[in-house]
Design a protein around this ligand. Sequence first.
Ligand code: FAD
Length: 317
Amino acid sequence: MKVTEHLEKGAGKTLFSFEIIPPKKGHHIKDLYENIAPLMEFNPPFIDVTTSREEHVYLEKDGLLDRRITRMRPGTVGICAAIKHKFDVDTVPHVLCGGFTKEETEYLLVDCHYLGIDNVMALRGDAMSHQKYFEPTVGGHQYATQLVDQIKNLSKGTYLHNVVETDYKPNFCIGVAGYPEKHLEAPSLQSDLKRLKEKVAAGADYVVTQMFFDNQKYFDFVAAARAIGITVPIIPGLKPMAINRHLQLLPQVFKIDLPEPLIKDVEACKSNADVRAVGVDWCIQQSKELLAAGVPLIHYYSMGKSDNIRAIATEVF
Ligand code: FAD
């Protein structure tokens, strides 16, 4: 079922969902199941599975470019299929521009459809560690809007390669990213919002926000998006702070602001266990306020751990 259908079916009730990161190679899917199972009692209509940018190395061999792929984590689509069938829940694979040619993306989307996956999150991906700015993969997309276009084309039966039957028209529900504190590369919030509008015009059905720790940023963002005609659901994404290092790391990586009272509380912590408790409390307060404001769903970044998300959900849902 599509994310948008779940939201409509929710009929005013705030739903709970979360996102997981595929574990690094060397783990068994049983570990992932054990992590997800405690969250299933909160009835998530869907679970997102992120995709890590794969390192693609191009080598010159006999005058031809030889592409080698270094994969750190198992494939997102396979994990989505496994979770979907294990827990009978919809899953949302994150599909990236970076690291994939358009052909690879097409194959991946055909696999998703075959596996009964109805939703995808269309994202550009970040620059790789050795790059200053994002560089599109040879034969891939530069912006998420182009990826949305490609996904939407399938619903019209338009493929890059005419290798499938013409009535095979997967009609995915498409999510895209939104940034209440603007994307780190965007010259201004207003210009970033215009780009978001382009993604929606290309066919995105809903938006999930980057994490934020001050709800006012989300409320202002939604108001600004509505003011320029973005009408699709805008789902807030929340992450509980978990370690002291997050004080530096989160602003540095995501270019987000942390509220002063939260900084003060974390600085007063004597251990990471204390930080975890502060992070859970803060996230509960944020969640309760969002719930009172009537948001359709709250999406949690679990970062591979379910215990803090469970503690929050127990208080909120
Ligand atoms: P875009 O929408 O393409 O925007 C990127 C930048 O380009 C923005 O600054 C935008 O303003 C600008 N822009 C857009 N179109 C144009 C244009 N036509 N001309 C000029 N500028 C333009 N990353 C991962 O690697 N894996 C994941 O699984 C993942 N999941 C995520 C989930 C969520 C909910 C969020 C919020 C982010 C996620 N990310 C993930 C991070 C994301 O890939 C990065 O934030 C990335 O830098 C931007 O992705 P985007 O899809 O927002 O890009």
